[in-house]
Design a protein around this ligand. Structure first.
Ligand SMILES: Nc1ncnc2c1ncn2[C@@H]1O[C@H](COP(=O)(O)OP(=O)(O)OP(=O)(O)O)[C@@H](O)[C@H]1O
Length: 591
């Protein structure tokens, strides 16, 4: 502990003056380094100088004892003193300032006249008593200083800890008045002026007295903070400070919703961390796709990925994002086909509180806002209604969004990657897709060819999928035999890599050795099922085979949706019961 007499210099000077006035003698006080820190009379000039170790002060400091030198120069204590000969003192008292065993300094009283000497010696006992009291006073000042120094140190440590947190933190009293906060809090809410004692409800309007009133357990609030054109979407945790069963206030901490989502994504699945190296394939076609994607990742321009279902469009979009400068921010994906048009609008753009009946309290943050500074992946863009296409076009042109029920536009910085398995050009010709939007999206087009056009990729994909699913299913399958592999190579893979994954997953489940055999594969692969685009027009395909093919196509198309069978049956124009009967009839395995 670094506290010494010099910390309470002002108090020491006052005490020295008091003693001097009361006793009519000169007073000098030295610290534990024998530095004079206070002095009256002729010692005033000598403050700051060091006193000799061999002086009476030095002896008091080293022995912890009090002395009264009645006859300076003759007293045995003066024997060693270097300035003995020039000493003009008439008497001296020196008394150590002690707290337990630690000596902090010495108080000295000096008489420079016979009168002062008599004064000192006549009241010897009272004097020592008074000096001890003064020493005690100094000690209590030192202890108080130590305490406040410790508190200051503790407070600085705590503030440093708080400032180094990645969360914004603020503490308020039970009426909502701010008393402590960290730098991050000021940063995330862009606060400028001093906020001490200000009401949290005025600064952050998403928190109300109702939120904290009588709150005994912790509570979480999801919020959107909007200030000028700045948007911050986050999560606020409110924790009561309870001392002796009474609520004394609350500590609130704030986290960024994006980072929470990102952390969640990172934790729950490795898929979100896709790199180009995770896109498997050796064909020129896939190499070309990767080359274009690499270029796209270094640009801000909109990317349009086309390809049949299951070719890896989303995988590629994630890899582009992760390889781009935006990788530290969110990748938000939305499937435009999976959400009804009315809902899609609020999913994309969000809405303000009270925008319509049933609008949630606090409003809703749209995907565009969520993806701010990151990437928004608009999957199945071909399924977006003409009405929303218009709105999207405006966002792409203006780089700002209008929330439903919102009064002002919000600036956004989002990189768009769109994807579709539809022929957008054809849709444009048919008036189903806005031409202007098509050109806005198609800045950097990347087409992923279907798997059947790059069969050489199948080997490495199969190997990759076996490893992935073996691990996932906790099985020890490591290879596939040539008969099974040949069937896989022959199969047309309308569902592309997703279908290949399903088949291999099925095979691994069925397999009871370390090698997948033909018998482990689903029935659909074992029947003669040839697809030849060149002579497709001449070949007559039995109707049953066509039917089977369309059923498989429909199953694959709707596989990842809820109620997939119902959707497939609807698309095929048959009932669900008929679909199940046909699955049985054609021995189509489907989960
Ligand atoms: N080249 C590849 N390497 C490794 N895995 C792949 C590859 N292509 C696709 N996949 C895998 O296939 C599955 C389907 O991919 P993804 O969902 O990206 O396809 P998609 O084209 O977006 O499909 P849809 O159009 O139906 O949404 C995923 O599990 C993905 O990991």
């Amino acid at each position: 502990m670094m506290v010494g007499l010099s910390f309470i210099k002002e108090d020491i000077e006052n005490i020295a003056n008091v003693i001097s006035t009361v006793l009519n003698v000169d007073v000098t006080i030295v610290d534990d380094n024998l530095i004079r820190i206070a002095g009256t009379g002729q010692y005033k000039e000598k403050v700051g100088e060091r006193v000799s170790e061999k002086s009476a002060f030095g002896v008091s400091l080293s022995t912890g004892k009090s002395f009264i030198i009645e006859n300076p120069r003759q007293d045995h204590i003066c024997n060693l003193c270097e300035i003995k000969e020039s000493c003009n003192e008439f008497a001296e008292v020196s008394s150590p300032i002690k707290i337990e065993d630690k000596i902090y300094g010495v108080i000295g009283l000096i008489a420079f006249s016979i009168e002062q000497k008599n004064n000192l010696l006549e009241n010897k006992t009272k004097l020592m008593d008074f000096l001890n009291k003064m020493a005690d006073l100094i000690c209590s000042k030192i202890l108080a200083e130590m305490k406040s120094y410790q508190l200051k140190l503790e407070a600085t440590r705590l503030q440093m800890l708080l400032n180094n947190m990645d969360k914004g933190v603020v503490s308020i009293d039970k009426f909502g008045n701010i008393n402590k906060w960290n730098e991050k809090f000021v940063q995330i809410f862009k606060l400028k002026s001093n906020i001490e004692n200000k009401s949290i409800f005025k600064i952050l309007d998403f928190i109300t007295l109702e939120d904290i009133k009588n709150l005994k357990k912790h509570k979480v609030i999801s919020f959107n903070f909007n200030k000028e054109s700045y948007i911050f979407s986050g999560i606020c945790n409110i924790n009561p400070i309870i001392v002796d069963e009474t609520i004394k206030g609350y500590v609130l901490y704030f986290t960024d919703k994006l980072s929470t989502i990102k952390d969640f994504n990172k934790i729950t699945t490795g898929e979100y961390n896709v790199r180009f190296s995770n896109i498997i394939g050796i064909s020129d076609a896939i190499k070309n796709v990767k080359r274009k994607a690499d270029i796209a990742s270094k640009s801000f321009s909109t990317v349009l990925i086309t390809g049949e279902s299951g070719t890896g469009k989303e995988l590629l979009a994630r890899a582009i994002h992760n390889n781009s400068e935006r990788s530290k921010n969110s990748f938000i994906a939305i499937n435009c086909a999976a959400i009804p048009d009315t809902l899609l609008e609020s999913e994309l753009f969000g809405y303000e509180e009270g925008a319509f009946t049933g609008a949630k309290k606090g409003g809703k943050i749209g995907k565009f806002e969520l993806a701010n500074k990151g990437t928004l992946f608009l999957d199945e863009i071909g399924d977006m209604s003409i009405h929303l296409q218009g709105k999207l076009l405006r966002v792409l042109q203006e780089r700002e969004i209008d929330k439903v029920g919102g009064s002002k536009a919000i600036q956004i910085d989002v990189r768009i990657i769109a994807a579709t398995n539809k022929d957008l050009e054809k849709m444009v010709k048919n008036g189903e897709f806005r031409e202007d939007l098509y050109y806005r999206l198609n800045v950097l087009p990347i087409k992923i060819p279907p798997l059947r056009e790059r069969k050489e990729d199948i080997y490495s994909l199969v190997e990759h999928i076996i490893t992935k699913y073996s691990k996932k299913l906790n099985k020890h399958v490591s290879s596939i035999d040539s008969q099974a592999m040949n069937k896989i190579l022959e199969y047309p893979w309308y569902g592309n890599v997703r279908e290949l994954e399903n088949v291999i997953e099925y095979g691994i489940n069925m397999c009871n050795t370390d090698t997948i055999k033909l018998t482990d594969l689903p029935e659909k692969l074992k029947c003669e099922y040839k697809y030849n685009e060149d002579n497709y027009e001449d070949t007559i395909t039995p109707l049953s085979e066509l039917e089977k093919k369309e059923i498989i196509k429909a199953l694959n198309k709707f596989k990842k949706f809820k109620k997939d069978k119902e959707k497939a049956a609807h698309a095929l124009g048959i009932s669900r019961a008929t679909l199940y009967r046909k699955l049985k009839e054609y021995k189509i395995v489907s989960d």
